[in-house]
Design a protein around this ligand. Structure first.
Ligand code: ATP
Ligand code: MG
Length: 258
């Protein structure tokens, strides 16, 4: 279980508040949606939980507990990133080291010593790649990150996360850079992970995705939570005017497109 309590993030140079008093809980096997306008603090909240914010640049107060253990401060627990919490980042271009071929980067954290272990690892990788519509594993592992498109890199990240099976997965707009067929497959894989009992935080602008995957949703605006509740309640009968506007805008957009 993940419990975020009174989380605040501010910049140290000009003391600008980015996230203010954010609190929510993700129960075991539950999926929480983080929705809200661009710049509302969804990615910063996610990066903070993943301990990816530079402590020289950002001040952080509050608490984030995973299974009762404080993870916001102190020594980073062993195997924290990847195994305890996995994240599919919004910007796949910055998720990999640019000078190292993807194959070498992906092997990190897996036991690939010896021929059998290596063979088994690459069979699993191939299977994970295929499930997100990537069909040329050899080419991908022999590429540098900038030789792949953003959507391909995003799917490589998703495949890696699926193999690591973290206790909690944070998916930050993980289908924004991909085509419709790949999006369909990725959402199917997220659903499978959910069915296997993985807890998830799904950051999305897409209310259809939230309705399909999330048990509860948190609506953010200007760094604050303005509405939090069961997905059907929040999307079905929003209490906050801003949430209502977002839901109507989403419905109108869908009607315009369809
Ligand atoms: N590295 C940074 N330094 C200073 N401010 C930042 C930094 N990254 C983000 N911000 C600011 O924090 C606020 C929240 O940004 P964040 O990326 O969390 O938004 P978001 O809700 O994820 O938006 P989007 O839907 O566009 O991804 C924004 O005002 C942004 O300008
Ligand atoms: Mg974001």
């Amino acid at each position: 279980m993940l419990v975020v309590n009174d989380l605040c993030i501010y910049t140290k140079d000009n003391r600008e508040t980015i996230v203010q008093s954010v609190s929510f809980t993700v129960g075991d096997g539950e999926t929480l949606g983080l929705i809200g306008e661009s710049g509302s603090g969804k990615s910063m909240t996610s990066k903070c939980i993943m301990r990816l914010l530079d402590p020289h640049r950002f001040g952080i107060t509050g608490s984030v507990r995973q299974n009762g253990e404080e993870i916001l401060s102190g020594k980073l627990p062993r195997n924290f990133r990847g195994n305890r919490i996995g994240m599919i980042t919004q910007n796949p271009m910055t998720a990999f080291a640019p000078m190292i071929k993807l194959g070498r980067q992906l092997e990190m954290g897996f036991d690939t010593k010896g021929r059998t272990a290596k063979k088994e690892y690459y069979e699993r990788l191939d299977e994970a790649f295929k499930s997100v519509n990537l069909h040329d594993m050899k080419k991908i592992v022999n590429s540098y990150p900038d030789e792949l498109s953003g959507g391909m890199l995003q799917r490589v990240m998703i495949a890696l996360t699926m193999m690591k099976k973290p206790e909690l997965l944070i998916a930050d707009e993980c289908t924004t850079a991909v085509d419709a067929a790949s999006e369909y497959m990725i959402l199917g894989e997220l659903e499978k992970m959910k069915q296997c009992g993985m807890s998830m935080i799904v950051v999305t602008h897409d209310f259809g995705v939230a309705a399909r995957l999330c048990d509860s949703v948190t609506v953010m605006k200007s760094g604050r939570i303005i509405e939090y509740g069961r997905t059907s309640d929040v999307l079905g009968s929003p209490q906050d005017e801003y949430t209502g506007q977002l839901v109507s805008a989403s419905v109108m957009f869908r009607e315009d497109v369809c």
